[in-house]
Every structure is written in structure tokens, then in C-alpha cells.
Design a protein around this ligand. Structure first.
Ligand code: GLP
Length: 259
């Protein structure tokens, strides 16, 4: 796992956006996996800036978001579809027909989950998957004890995840379930890019990078991925035992020096 530690959240977001932009410069028709959450807002803002000021184009890109709430339609203001329009899609040249999210309002969510998994495969798989992390170590909505081999399916949210997401919904209306890519689906991406910022993520980050592999912390599954990069700010990196080693390998969160 490549561990890059940046001085603050803004620098971490910019570094992550730079990795995505570099990928698109090499392969403009890439398939990107996208994430939602507060951590992603500055990452998308940095991509929008690059689009506006530096000629970054998403015109040939295909995207698949990680997850969506069951029972929530794409036009619901608290849907992940609305989040993506607001933070990214409405501000870049992406083709909306190639920007995919699971349909939370599908009549049969299990069928929708299977369709979504198939659509990812039909698109040739994901080249670069952006990821955030929950305080309990979840990836997408793969809560603790999720199968490390899981595919896109329905997951019931933990009380802590529901309360973290509650502010977006009217009182009593926070969804109980989501359609989420599985951990096996995420592992199939050709590269993974996890972004974590802030002290509230420090424990989950340390468990993910240095802890034992296991479903107690779903993000540890990234230890099995051959091309996983983790971009952190100082606060999220605070509990890493091997912090000095990562700094030696990637000084200032830069690329490794060889030789
Ligand atoms: C949600 C999303 C995850 C995200 C996590 C952390 O539950 N399903 O994909 O990584 O929250 O979000 P935040 O960045 O707001 O802490």
C-alpha cells in the first residue's frame, strides 16, 4: 500500500485530484469509481478547478458511484446522485449518460444491485476507484462484518453510520439500507485511491493500513489490493505506528525516489 501524508486536508484533496487528473491525461476514456461524503467535496472541487483552469476533460470518462440509499430517488436532495451533480457532474463536461449510480428507488433493490454489478463488468471494469472511509472502517456502505468477497448488494446501515448521515434527512427519515458495491467489487478495480482527513478517521486509518486483515474493519481489504494508494492529512495519519517510514518512502506525500 502506498501511504502519502500531506500537511492538511486541502493539500490531501489536491494530491488526490492530481492522481485522478494524471490518470485521465494518460487515458481520457477511463472508467472511474466515485465516492460521496464530506471528504470528497474538496477532491471534486479540485477536479472542477482543473477542468476550469487547466484543461482537464471528463468528456470521455465513464463513472460508477459506490452506493446509494434504498428508497431514495435520484432527484431527492439527500441522494448521492444529487450530491454528485452538485459537487462534480454539473461543473464538468462529463456525459450524464455515462455517469452511473445505483437506483435507490428501483422497485426491486436486489435486482438493481445485480444489474449494477453487471454494468460495471460490461463497461470493462473500474480503472481507478476513489474511496473514503467511515469512522468504523467501512468502505462504501460495507459495514463491519461485510464479506471481504462481497459483490454489489443491499446492506443494512449501522446506528453510527445512520447518525453520521442523519443531518441530510428530515427527522426520522434517515434510510436504513443502501445498495453498495461489495468489497470484492472494489478489489476488482485496477487501482484504488483512499482519501481520509481529520482526527476522527485516525483510528480507522491505522487499522486499515497496519492492523490485522479482517471484516471487523472492512477497509483492511485494501491490504490485498496490488495497487492501493492512501492519501492522508496529518490528523488522519496521527495513529500510524510506521509514520516515519512512510515519510521516508514518500517525502511530503510525493512519489518514491528510486536509487
Ligand atoms: C458514507 C459513504 C462512504 C464514505 C463515508 C465517509 O457512509 N457511503 O463512501 O466514505 O460515508 O464519509 P465522510 O467523508 O463524510 O466522513
Amino acid at each position: 500500500m502506498k501511504v502519502l501524508v500531506l500537511p492538511d486536508a486541502a493539500a490531501a484533496a489536491d494530491r488526490a485530484a492530481g492522481i485522478v487528473a494524471d490518470r485521465l491525461a494518460q487515458a481520457p476514456a477511463s472508467v472511474l469509481g466515485l465516492a460521496t461524503g464530506e471528504t470528497m467535496r474538496p477532491v471534486y472541487a479540485a477536479l472542477v478547478r482543473r477542468h476550469r483552469d487547466a484543461g482537464l476533460s471528463l468528456a470521455a470518462v465513464t463513472t460508477f458511484n459506490l452506493d446509494e440509499y434504498v428508497g431514495i430517488a435520484p432527484d431527492h436532495p439527500a441522494s448521492f446522485a444529487a450530491f454528485m451533480r452538485q459537487e462534480l457532474f454539473d461543473h464538468v463536461d462529463i456525459d450524464p449518460a455515462r455517469a452511473h449510480l445505483p437506483r435507490g428507488d428501483a422497485p426491486d433493490p436486489a435486482t438493481e444491485a445485480a444489474r449494477y454489478e453487471g454494468a460495471i463488468v460490461a463497461a470493462g471494469g473500474i480503472d481507478l476507484q476513489l474511496l473514503g472511509i467511515g469512522r468504523n472502517g467501512h468502505l462504501a456502505f460495507n459495514e463491519p462484518t461485510s464479506s471481504l468477497a462481497s459483490r454489489t448488494r443491499i446492506k443494512t446501515l449501522t446506528p453510527s453510520t445512520r447518525s453520521a448521515n442523519r443531518p441530510a434527512f428530515a427527522p426520522g427519515a434517515a434510510p436504513r439500507q443502501a445498495i453498495t458495491m461489495g468489497l470484492g467489487t472494489i478489489l476488482d478495480a485496477r487501482a484504488c485511491l483512499l482519501v481520509a482527513t481529520g482526527q476522527s478517521k485516525a483510528e480507522a486509518v491505522a487499522a486499515t493500513i497496519e492492523g490485522p486483515l479482517g471484516a471487523h474493519c472492512p477497509a483492511t481489504v485494501l491490504q490485498l489490493h496490488p495497487a492501493a494508494t492512501v492519501v492522508l492529512d496529518e490528523a488522519a495519519a496521527a495513529r500510524l505506528a510506521l509514520r516515519a517510514y512512510y515519510e521516508t518512502v514518500h517525502p511530503g506525500g510525493g512519489e518514491a525516489q528510486v536509487g
